[in-house]
Design a protein. Structure first.
Length: 170
């Protein structure tokens, strides 16, 4: 059995969608804002990508969520155009998303690694991101299989101190 640790975690989910659609959901502005983000801006060599353009290694991003005033800035580390994308996230962390067709569904595996091991990052990144990715992967499944969103977009949760830790659909 693989050992659990605070420097990384993996989340997996089966989704009844084809690889092309799932990859689009992660690798384009149109796709990632359809189920995950309020706003996504991708750029290559200082030029903004069109909403339908697929990201490539070396591209940069700025992401903004519903119900959170901050933004995440990072870059694409790897993008093979088919079934794997890796991006920087939450500072020095990396997130790897892989897709594999199995028995009429696609197995999506997400691993967030390189999590700093100090107590603050164990709580905010390991605990916070692990919970967050669990919800967002369920939201992606709901979106692709049933055409619904589970995240809260109508009630403003930004003024609640622990909203990001307490609300399961933020």
């Amino acid at each position: 059995m693989k050992k659990l640790s605070f420097d990384q975690f993996t989340k997996r989910i089966y989704i009844k969608a084809n690889l092309k659609k799932l990859y689009w959901c992660w690798a384009t502005e149109e796709g990632i804002t359809a189920w995950f983000l309020h706003t996504a801006i991708y750029s290559r060599n200082g030029n903004k990508l069109k909403p339908y353009e697929f990201v490539e290694a070396g591209d940069n991003y700025t992401w903004k969520w519903h119900n959170w005033d901050g933004e995440e800035n990072g870059h694409i580390i790897e993008a093979n155009g088919i079934d794997k994308i890796v991006f920087s996230f939450a500072g020095e962390c990396e997130v790897e998303v892989t897709l594999k067709k199995i028995d009429g569904a696609t197995l999506l595996s997400l691993t967030q690694s390189k999590i700093p091991l100090d107590e603050d990052n164990k709580l905010k990144i390991h605990y916070g991101c692990s919970n967050g990715w669990t919800f967002w992967l369920a939201n992606l499944k709901a979106f692709l299989e049933y055409g619904i969103h589970l995240n809260e977009t109508e009630i403003d949760l930004r003024n609640k101190d622990l909203a990001g830790y307490e609300f399961v659909n933020m």
